[in-house]
Ligand binder design. Structure first.
Ligand code: FPP
Length: 264
């Protein structure tokens, strides 16, 4: 089979139909390391280098939002050396990459249970958010100590507070207003969710937001993921018909239906 290079693949992309928001479950760092007889942390280190390349490539392609699942709430149960190493890598990434990203117009934010992070990492996150806040280029969302169920419960709590305080009526509780209480408020839902390493699970990632997201599951382990495969995933996405519960015929004649309608 003929393999296309980056340039050739880029030409196959329909620039008018790019996913606005790509979310990635970066999985397989441990297996990548094990295959090479290395410790798991080496896999995370390599994974971190791939993060840098994929962030840059996504911004260059014109993706508006890139969400990266870096550490789940459940990941706190891993051996503490691995947790420490991951926190260190995240700290290092923000420290070493933020100036360059910010200079290139990229906005960076972190979502999750930030209270469980070290004060040093929290301060760094606050600083990066503040310095990049006015940028208008691609938004990078790093999900850290994140859980989709946790996010939904936090949103419910905030919503109930507003109801109790009289700021929100029961009729004001809608799918749209609920979205405004999530960590991702103001950002479009992911159009494309990539999961590496072949596992066919969502692992508690953006449960609310991915209701109609297209899934791309690849056997490639995250440390082996390349910008070429990123493009291949987008080309695959562009071949799909997103129906949002409507029929194929309605999509072909959009005036007859209304995007976003829920259905079968
Ligand atoms: C899952 O692979 C990966 C993680 C839990 C961590 C992801 C972190 C990075 C890619 C590096 C740091 C991130 C940033 C944003 C700089 P796994 O360890 O579960 O792999 P396995 O299933 O093969 O064991």
């Amino acid at each position: 089979m003929r393999m296309f290079g980056y340039r050739e693949l880029s030409k196959k992309l329909d620039k008018r139909n790019l996913p606005k928001h790509i979310a990635i479950i970066m999985d397989g760092n441990g297996r990548w390391a094990r295959k090479r007889g290395l410790g798991r942390v080496k896999g995370h280190e390599q994974g971190s280098k791939v993060v840098k390349r994929i962030v840059e490539a996504s911004a260059r392609l014109g993706v508006r939002v890139l969400s990266l699942y870096a550490f789940s709430k459940e990941n706190w149960n891993r051996p503490h050396e691995e947790v420490d190493a991951l926190m260190h890598l995240l700290h290092k990434y923000l420290l070493s990459e933020s100036d360059n990203l910010i200079k290139n117009g990229i906005r960076i934010t972190v979502i999750g249970d930030l209270n469980s992070l070290s004060p040093t990492l929290r301060d760094l996150i606050a600083d990066v958010r503040r310095r990049s806040g006015k940028n208008t280029g691609m938004l990078v969302i790093i999900a850290l100590s994140y859980g989709g169920r946790y996010e939904i419960v936090e949103a419910v709590k905030a919503m109930v507070k507003d109801v109790q305080a009289g700021r929100l009526g029961i009729d004001g509780i809608t799918e749209e207003s609920f979205g405004g209480y999530l960590f991702t408020k103001g950002t479009p839902d992911p159009d494309l969710l990539i999961r590496t390493s072949g596992e066919k699970r969502i692992s508690n990632f953006m449960l609310w937001q991915i209701a109609y997201t297209e899934l791309y599951i690849t056997k490639t382990l995250w440390p082996d993921f390349t910008r070429e495969e990123l493009i291949r995933s987008i080309i695959d996405f562009q071949k799909r018909q997103r129906r949002f519960g409507m029929t194929g015929e309605q999509i072909a004649v959009p005036e007859q239906g209304k995007a976003g309608v829920r259905g079968a």
